[in-house]
Write a protein that binds this ligand. Sequence first.
Ligand SMILES: Nc1nc2c(ncn2[C@@H]2O[C@H](COP(=O)(O)OP(=O)(O)OP(=O)(O)O)[C@@H](O)[C@H]2O)c(=O)[nH]1
Ligand SMILES: [Mg+2]
Length: 616
Amino acid sequence: MNYRNDIRNIAIIAHVDHGKTTLIDAMLKQSKIFRDNQVVGELIMDSNDLERERGITIMSKNTAVLYRGVKINIIDTPGHADFSGEVERVISMADGCLLLVDSVEGPMPQTKFVLRQAMAKGLKSIVVINKIDRENARIAEVIRLIQNLFLELATSADQLDFQLLYTSAREGTAVTELGMKGKDILPLLECILEKVPPPHTESGPFQMLVSNLDYDSHKGRIAIGRIWRGKIAPHDSVVSVSSDKSVTQSEISEVFTYLGLKRLKVAEAEAGDIVAVTGIEKVSIGDTIANPEWPEALPRIEIGEPTIEMTFGVNTSPFGGREGGFCTTRQLRERLYKELETNLSLRVQDTDSPDTFLVKGRGELHLAILIETMRREGYEFEVSRPEAITKVVDGNLVEPVEALTIDTKGKYVGVLTEMLSKRQAQLSDMHNDGHDNIRLEFHIPTKGLIGFRSAFLTATRGEGIMNTIFLGYEPYRGEIAPARSGVLVASEQGIAVTYGLHKAQGHGDTFIEPGTSVYEGMIVGINSRLQDIPINVCKEKQKTNIRSSTSDIAVKLTPTIKLSLDQSIGFINNDELVEVTPKNIRLRKKLLTHAQRLRNIASPRRSIKAQTLAYQ
Ligand SMILES: Nc1nc2c(ncn2[C@@H]2O[C@H](COP(=O)(O)OP(=O)(O)OP(=O)(O)O)[C@@H](O)[C@H]2O)c(=O)[nH]1
Ligand SMILES: [Mg+2]
């Protein structure tokens, strides 16, 4: 087998926020990809709006830098567990990985997950301890923990041998020995050249695995992946082999390779490189593009199963169709099924009701990002509360279970343990570093995590970080009582006024401002007691001729609570929906009138499917 020394392919993998995208900034900037006067900013690879707003990577992306005549193809991956599918999707393009570990946090659950993936693919690992500039860095301890992790995960002796490097991605420096003064990122690039094996080249009929898809309004569909065998050039005839082994002929229009943020049009590309090709209209991620004479499929990309599901339906609220550009069943259905082409860990299913679809994903954030993306594209729809996906194995009902890691201060341990025990969590480990930094580890069914994140942030007043990772399926442990009290429900359609909202605030907190249009059945606040209560928030104060010195003093509302999309999804119960439009996010009861709800009260927590049927 031959190797090409002019290329290295690496994936950057880590737990969320450990600094992958920042490290790529440093590599891009210092390899002189940009013009001297070009303004490029930070987190360059986090190019889509939601990534920028949330400060996290959501989709894996390719870039490349040139160093000493070698092109290093770099794959940035997301670290959040909900987007693990993105790591699984792209990791096979690489021959080596940079495993980043934060110098304070050390290896975290997702560090383990991604390292296991990398080892399964036989990638050469370079461990990069990042954020060494942090004040309370505990590097020796972190190295010990990483060694333990390698011992646990390695499948062969040579995987135990990893190169170690220390970086401050933010300062753009890397050093090979602790204590050295860093001056640039070049030691890292040097290490990649030396330690990551160059890709092998196999001559013979062309063969490439599609790991990503993009779309260009002029060029059409763009298939991205690594060439495993042979060469490719514009006008070559190829076939794409799909999951059902069916074969479609096409002709390549253009071939691109990566450099910096650009795709460069090339006359030819060959095995070992990562390319983007146009001209193939019928192709999905996981398909093989091959020479028509040798249509052999490469092994398909394996993606873990989804753990939670929720329904997406046509907006049936009285305000349905007013604010969105795409509101019909057909539009919603097409959009959801189109998402499957690129969002590999997502599943979409039709349901008994033609207007409702069951959408399954890897976690609340995975689904929330899809909802937010669709809303910004102009879609209007309604979604149900997420539920953990249960299944029957050998005649027994099982449910997904996750490991929950919490880092916080000692004073919150009591309240968190209490909140979590109601959610069927079991404490599996607790560690105090001697400075009141506590790490708690729980074993918790996925259903217990739904809506927990915002409750957690409130309870720890921002002094806590939580992370979860899927463990597996375990016997179903029964239902959990709703964590929340009842809601305040608008009893009439109209415009909410200060007086009506003031009355509502006598029962609890409100979610809407005066001047908001409401309909009967819309949720306008949270009750301080268990039951829901209907309230007329449009009610004006009775006008009288008698002026009293006190009653005319303007009523002052306490500030309303604005629920974000993520919070709304975690907030609703099974008999409620979130109505999503490009302009608004509203919460509602499935059954809009008080009378309907009274009739239905007998079984308030039935499954999504039963509920959906009941309200149609
Ligand atoms: N102090 C310090 N902060 C850093 C360093 N590298 C990254 N950060 C900060 O850590 C945060 C997360 O950085 P990102 O580069 O977005 O991390 P990521 O691993 O790409 O995150 P995801 O893609 O969402 O998993 C940002 O606020 C960075 O500025 C570093 O070397 N030192
Ligand atoms: Mg990132």
